[in-house]
Design a protein around this ligand. Structure first.
Ligand SMILES: Nc1ncnc2c1ncn2[C@@H]1O[C@H](COP(=O)(O)OP(=O)(O)O)[C@@H](O)[C@H]1O
Ligand SMILES: CC(=O)OP(=O)(O)O
Ligand SMILES: [Mg+2]
Length: 398
């Protein structure tokens, strides 16, 4: 048996999965969390169940080492079944990368060069790549970019209306993110419904820690809510999403905030965290249930923004066949799904309350049988998509 190891390095976490290259079976999964905090945590699920451990994990190099230790202790062995490729999620590929790419030293430099356009993500992605190359020096490493699926955005969707030459010089345009997830989920939705992908107008709502909406027309991304960086669009765990750019000017002038302060404010101390003190949706829901008015208002703001994009993308697509919820919040928070589509019967969206609240981890329909728009929950699997694309890239190169 040969396997693919997939590494998804986030700003403070490292998710991994070992996947059988032929059967696509998941052989092990794991999550290293709270990297850089006083005490980190690793949870590894292998053939013998789940093992957990708390230990200091200063950076992604240490996180990668903790992952290797977990494989050595709890299996499966990474030596018995050869790893034929290591697939890496890389968030920003700029204009340069729109295909899965074998990581060479030059590719590493390019990923580093794009770090200021994805400050929470690209540096962590690169640390993961370097640690993995040290551990697996003889295996091809493949970068799969979040931006790649959005290469099909038309100019009118990726253009910001500022000085065109300045924008060109500084690479200012919409790139879009979560593309690996939007691609996987929109294809899985079509397959689940047994309908041709090429004929479907879909909106995918990827609602995780980071969140983005994508309008998918016949399998191609035609609009998406994240922009030059993963900050624009929906309200997220710690990110503000859309705001009037003049807010920055106002805060710079009146609150004496510098560029680093503003970066920190909007990327790490806004969104749910900024509104409620909780960055995790489960905590916000709990607070709202207990009568916390800030939490209730935050949820209403999240929902208001979601409706804004559902309406906008239905218009951009010229109609809608399928609306899909995915990622941590989208897959698990039935109340949020119900609130997001409440009152959207005018767009042909009719939710079935019972289907929506039934607990299941599988792909499922949650709209009524007579709903013109089919509403689905589709669990995303970025790791499987990265494994597939990594094998393609290795096959193409070899
Ligand atoms: N049952 C649930 N109800 C509401 N939110 C949930 C639930 N389970 C997970 N989440 C939320 O999902 C988010 C994480 O989603 P995930 O897709 O794993 O994000 P990421 O990949 O960006 O880390 C967290 O905000 C978490 O609170
Ligand atoms: C691009 C992005 O926001 O990713 P994540 O949701 O993993 O933070
Ligand atoms: Mg994610």
């Amino acid at each position: 048996m040969s396997t693919v190891l997939v590494v998804n390095s986030g700003s403070s976490s490292l998710k991994y999965q070992l996947i059988d290259a032929e059967s696509e079976e998941s052989l092990a999964t794991g999550l290293v969390e709270r990297i850089g905090e006083p005490s980190g945590h690793i949870r590894h699920r292998g053939p013998d169940g789940t093992s957990e451990r708390s230990l200091p994990i200063p950076d992604h190099t240490a996180a990668f080492r903790a992952m290797l230790d977990a494989f050595a202790e709890s299996g499966p062995s990474l030596e018995d079944d050869p790893v034929v490729a290591v697939g890496h999620r890389v968030v920003h590929g700029g204009k340069r990368f729109f295909e899965p790419t074998i990581v060479t030293p030059l590719v590493e430099i390019n990923i580093e060069d794009l770090a200021d356009l994805a400050p929470l993500h690209n540096p962590a992605n690169l640390q993961g790549i370097r640690a993995a190359k040290t551990a697996f020096p003889d295996v091809p490493h493949v970068a799969v970019f979040d931006t790649a699926f959005h290469q099909t955005l038309p100019p009118e969707a990726y253009t910001y209306a500022i000085d065109a030459q300045l924008a060109e010089r500084h690479r200012v345009r919409r790139y879009g993110f979560h593309g690996t997830s939007h691609k996987y989920v929109s294809e899985a939705a079509a397959a689940f419904l047994g309908r041709p992908l090429g004929e479907l107008k879909q909106i995918v709502l990827h609602l995780g820690n980071g969140a983005s909406a994508c309008a998918v027309d016949g399998g191609r991304s035609v609009d998406t809510s994240m922009g030059m960086t993963p900050l624009e669009g929906l309200v997220m765990g710690t990110r503000s999403g859309d705001l009037d750019p003049a807010v920055l000017l106002h805060l710079a002038r009146r609150a004496q905030l510098g560029t680093d302060d503003l970066d920190e404010l909007l990327n790490r101390r806004s969104g749910l965290l900024g509104l409620t003190g909780h960055g995790d949706m489960r905590d916000v829901r709990r607070a709202a249930r207990e009568g916390d008015e800030n939490a209730r208002r935050a949820l209403d703001t999240v929902v208001h923004r979601l409706k804004h994009y559902i309406g906008a993308y239905t218009a951009q697509l010229g109609g809608l066949d399928v609306l899909v919820f995915t990622a941590g919040v989208g897959e698990n928070d039935a109340a949020l799904r119900a609130e997001a589509v409440a009152g959207l019967e005018v767009l042909g969206i009719r939710l079935d309350e019972e289907r929506n609240t039934a607990s299941s981890g599988d792909t499922r329909v949650i709209s009524t049988d007579d709903s013109p728009v089919t509403v689905l929950v589709v669990p995303t699997n970025e790791e499987l998509e990265i494994a597939r694309q990594s094998l393609q890239a290795v096959g193409a190169a070899g």
